[in-house]
Design a protein around this ligand. Structure first.
Ligand SMILES: [Zn+2]
Length: 139
């Protein structure tokens, strides 16, 4: 009979975090890695966290309170990125004529000095033009 633990399924990210946690725990047990202090307050009671769980030794240490804060900040940043992705997807769905107008505006750049397509300057100007368009005529 499979244990409940073995039957659990994890997202790829959850699985990567579990692997990283096990890896770091093994390093700590073998004395090859010492837990640091909370990088925000210096507390010695810490939990590991990773920007990239695929790099388990690039561990960051946070006390429980700061880890919760860090996770909330990370989640907010992800939501921001997701909102941005949706916005650019919505721009891509616009009628060709509207898109052409936004493209012209984006080529002028935010400050009128021009922006090359594909650059961050262009994308920011495109986003700005899209938001201005939405403000004028809510979709
Ligand atoms: Zn802390």
């Amino acid at each position: 009979m499979r244990s409940r633990e073995a039957a659990r399924t994890f997202s790829d990210e959850q699985a990567a975090i579990r692997r990283a946690r096990a890896y770091v725990a093994m390093y700590v047990r073998r004395g090859k890695l010492r837990p640091g202090r909370c990088e925000l307050c210096g507390d010695r009671h810490v939990c590991p966290d990773w920007d990239d769980p695929g790099k388990p030794l690039a561990v960051r240490w946070f006390c429980p309170a700061h880890r919760r804060e860090h996770l909330a900040d990370t989640a907010a940043a992800r939501q921001g990125l997701e909102a941005l992705r949706r916005e650019f997807a919505a721009i891509g769905e616009l009628p060709t004529a509207v898109l052409a107008g936004l493209h012209e505006a984006a080529l002028r750049g935010l400050d009128g000095t021009g922006a090359e397509p594909g650059t961050l300057r262009y994308r920011l100007a495109l986003q700005f033009a899209y938001r201005a368009l939405q403000a004028r005529q809510p979709l």
